[in-house]
Write a protein that binds this ligand. Structure first.
Ligand code: ATP
Ligand code: ATP
Ligand code: MG
Ligand code: MG
Lengths: 227, 227
């Protein structure tokens, strides 16, 4: 479902050039649950953003769902993302001007889901993340962990093929963290491909494979014995 | 150094009233290291914001450095904060328009620290947090963990009496997380009072006391055997 070949991403400012991804070969089969770990600044979020077609690459090839997408423009990338990819961003990226309900509803609006079905799916996602009672609040009226739960609800509401989760439990206490992992695991058992960045070795073990990044390169991969 | 008595904070919107803090009695002696834990939404950030004079209270009393401050206006609270309190916010609250260097320098500008001394202290804090090489970048050009390290540098640069740290390691890998804890421990050994919110039981143990919040109330306190 995802295959990159010699994928390189470089950020350039006036004085410094940062190679965030350095000839990365990364392959994910449909239905996998892959955990990614590595030190701060080693390229994890960049890899998720590139794989999720949020960002472009400088060199290399990237095939998503059998299509070569590395040279797609923004509009083409947005079309491929819709309905296929759900994101849980490291900084949540909730829209401040929208309520909790509207944030979670947004992916379904892009997919032109009919109103009654939208309502049913949004309510189910809000209930599941135990944030229903706050659905008319704005993100700034929520705690850090509550915002994260809204981000998770939004990522799963359209039941995408692939979920990219960047530290989905970082701001959560263990009960809520375990609940997020439970949701991701259930989605995976139902066929959704999961790629998750985490700093928690315990949560990394939920995946069937753990990939270690370092300085923009994959340095080790460990199967977790689940395949 | 900090004493609250029946401290209550309520957020009111059109349809819902949330009691974030519910008659909290909280006392911190000078030189303590207190860890605060509790589930998402239970009032931890609210408690830190109130204790740190960022936010006001609705009921109760609050004495900081021997002064009753519960009825201070914003200007009075800002004056007390300066030089006394350093913050590591849960969402970092870095200023996007300032570079890394300028973000860290800001507390010293408020204190009217002379330029040569400012430069020395900022450079020391940046070196310590291993973010010196990025000092001319803007926050949006940094990874999540790098932003957090900048937030820590800014909190410690003016060597305040009290540091309030809200999840200071949430976005960090274990090496960087341990480094932040090492800095906080050293500051505490030098006399700085530390109050830290964390979801990590391991890091909570660095403090000499662990306070558990639940639904806006302190429900248990455990000494860690260090006093
Ligand atoms: N500006 C606000 N308006 C309305 N309600 C708010 C506001 N800020 C916080 N709250 C509510 O007050 C309660 C306590 O929030 P707080 O941010 O203190 O929780 P927390 O313990 O820090 O949680 P977390 O671990 O998720 O960061 C929550 O229910 C939250 O939704
Ligand atoms: N917009 C940008 N401009 C310049 N450099 C950037 C930009 N975004 C990221 N970088 C740099 O690219 C490198 C990789 O960043 P990335 O966000 O992928 O790291 P990460 O592994 O997710 O780290 P963390 O665990 O701290 O979130 C870092 O050195 C970072 O500073
Ligand atoms: Mg990241
Ligand atoms: Mg909080």
């Amino acid at each position: 479902i995802i295959q990159t070949s010699n994928l390189t991403k470089i950020y350039r400012t006036e004085e410094i050039e940062t190679t965030a991804l350095n000839n990365v070969n990364f392959k994910v089969e449909e239905g996998e649950f892959v955990s990614i770990m590595g030190p701060s600044g080693c390229g994890k979020s960049t890899l998720l953003n590139v794989v999720g077609l949020i960002d472009t690459i400088d060199n290399g090839e990237y095939s998503f769902l059998g299509k070569e997408v590395s040279k797609f423009n923004e509009r083409q990338r947005a079309n491929v993302r819709k309905g296929n990819i759900g994101f849980i961003f490291q900084s949540f990226n909730l829209i401040d001007e929208l309520t909790v309900y509207e944030n979670v509803e947004l992916p379904l609006l892009y997919l032109k889901t009919p109103a009654a079905e939208r309502k049913e799916k949004v309510n189910a996602a809000l209930e599941r993340m135990e944030i229903m009672h706050r659905r008319n609040h704005f993100p700034q009226q929520l705690s850090g962990g509550q915002q994260q739960r809204v981000a998770v609800a939004r990522a799963v509401v359209a039941n995408p093929k692939v979920i990219l989760a960047d530290e989905p439990t970082g701001n959560l206490d263990s009960k809520n963290g375990d609940e997020v992992m439970s949701i991701l695991t259930q989605l995976n058992e139902g066929g959704t491909t999961i790629i998750m960045v985490t700093h928690s070795p315990t949560y990394a073990e939920y995946g069937n494979r753990v990939v270690h990044l370092f300085d923009g390169k994959i340095v080790t991969e460990n199967l977790n014995g689940k395949f």
